[in-house]
Design a protein around this ligand. Structure first.
Ligand SMILES: O=C(O)[C@H]1O[C@H](OP(=O)(O)OP(=O)(O)OC[C@H]2O[C@@H](n3ccc(=O)[nH]c3=O)[C@H](O)[C@@H]2O)[C@H](O)[C@@H](O)[C@@H]1O
Length: 429
């Protein structure tokens, strides 16, 4: 009876059913049936339309999230953000614009008068609030970051319909070497499927844009010749991440060969700096050292040094702009090749590897805290022991010349970190 009165309390449509609602058992059952059907339909609705970001436990499905885009107001924002403000400026679509490198490159392009439209799926591989903060930064400088995935062909086609982009700076990717063992399919999804989807849209665009994109120093894998030169072998990747980046380079070759797309791959060497990625060692060492937590420092066999050719973000940005400025036009149009097009790959490193133990010592001095060091064997999870870039090719062709040493770059990072996280009190996740 109690339940009945509870059901009676539920407001129903006026007139028709209300007077008969509790008169007979049959009618009551019908009402119950209608109620539970409604609940059922509601649950199905919630299941299909909720955001996978908040509750989907499978991170590879993150990008199935539905984004809203389109409409006259949205197109106006897209157009205005991509509008070129200098005589020979570019209009550039920057994918991964709310990412670390994407934010810095987008801001630099905008500063010099190029039109920039950002695209980012804001996934939760690391704290999305940092991506939102970068987005806010870009919004203030006039860059609109469209929320969407590089696997969404309809969205990409729409963007090319609205803006005839001259260039694409493709920085959206699943990054991180060690995470590839935890979530391999996210690498295939972003770095392979997403890249192919983007190139498919670019090859059909009219005019076809020139594309500059992020490869990685990790493609050198087990190569032992140093410094790493673009001529060295890259067919022994040590992680799935590296393998997907290497696959990207081969895919670039195919699209260049078949469709005449101008493609430049940039092999970044451990990029660091303000607004960086919390999944990278320099970043989480800083966080953990400030919290007094122990950090794990890897070493090679027989106590061998593990070192990286750490490269400061401002130097990388100059390399990216150099690549865009020297990119030749794609030769095809509407999916047809008209002649041979440019295909390039460059190392963008710093040319001076620093042991990870030295990185920690620099951080200790800058943060004025003593690190609790746990020295451990380099795990077999994709990390390589040593990276060192030969940059003569980028120097010659892009005018690339890194000028920031690790000490100077980390000082800028630490200053940003302490400001952003309120003196290290509001720790990053
Ligand atoms: O340049 C690249 O190719 C790559 O650089 C970084 O990868 P990685 O160099 O491994 O950068 P971190 O993850 O920040 O590691 C830096 C160093 O710290 C070491 N490390 C890492 C984690 C840890 O707990 N302890 C530790 O000693 C690593 O072995 C490595 O030598 C990025 O995460 C990749 O996305 C990028 O493609």
């Amino acid at each position: 009876m109690k339940q009945m009165s509870h059901l009676d309390d539920i407001p129903s449509t006026p007139g028709k059913f209300k007077p008969y609602f509790h008169r007979t058992r049959w009618q009551s059952s019908l009402a119950k049936l209608a109620f539970w059907s409604l609940v059922f339909v509601g649950l199905i609705f919630i299941f299909f339309y909720r955001s996978p970001l908040s509750s989907n436990p499978d991170p590879t499905r993150r990008s199935l999230r539905t984004y809203s885009w389109g409409g006259p107001a949205w197109e106006k924002r897209v157009r205005s953000s991509a509008r070129v403000r200098t005589r020979h400026g570019f209009s550039v679509l920057v994918t991964g614009a709310a990412g670390f490198v994407g934010t810095h490159v987008s801001a630099a392009l905008k500063r010099r008068g190029d039109g920039v439209l950002g695209l980012d799926n804001f996934n939760d591989y690391y704290d999305p609030s940092l991506k939102r903060a970068r987005q806010a930064l870009l919004e203030r400088s006039g860059v609109f970051v469209v929320e969407g995935d590089i696997n969404d062909a309809a969205l990409l086609k729409k963007l090319f319909e609205v803006v005839p982009f001259t260039h694409v700076m493709h920085l959206a990717a699943q990054a991180g070497v060690r995470y590839a063992m935890e979530n391999p399919s996210s690498y295939v999804h972003s770095n392979i499927a997403g890249l192919v989807n983007l190139l498919e849209v670019c090859k059909s665009a009219n005019p076809q844009p020139a594309i500059v994109w992020a490869s990685s120093s990790s493609v050198y894998g087990l190569n032992t010749k140093v410094p790493f030169s673009e001529k060295h072998r890259t067919d022994q990747p040590a992680s799935l991440y590296a393998a997907t980046k290497k696959a990207g380079e081969e895919i670039a070759h195919t699209y260049n060969h078949i469709y005449g797309l101008s493609l430049t791959g940039l092999r970044f060497f451990t990029v660091y700096g303000p607004w960086g990625r919390p999944d990278m060692a320099y970043f989480f060492f800083t966080r953990d050292m400030l919290k007094g937590k122990t950090i794990s420092i890897f070493e090679g066999v027989n106590h061998g040094t593990v070192a990286r050719d750490f490269t400061y973000i401002d130097d990388i940005v100059k390399g990216c702009l150099g690549a865009l400025d020297t990119a030749e036009k794609s030769t095809g149009s509407g999916g047809k090749k008209r002649g041979a097009a440019q295909l390039r790959v460059f190392n963008l490193g710093n040319t001076s590897p620093v042991p990870v133990t030295d990185l920690v010592s620099i951080l200790e001095r800058l943060l004025k805290v003593k690190a609790k060091r746990n020295i451990m064997k380099l795990p077999r999870n994709g990390d390589v022991q040593f990276t060192h870039a030969n940059i003569s090719s980028a120097q010659r062709e892009l005018g690339y010349k890194p000028t920031t040493d690790l000490q100077t770059g980390l000082k800028k990072f630490a200053r940003w970190y302490l400001g952003y996280y309120n003196g290290g009190k509001k720790a990053s996740s």
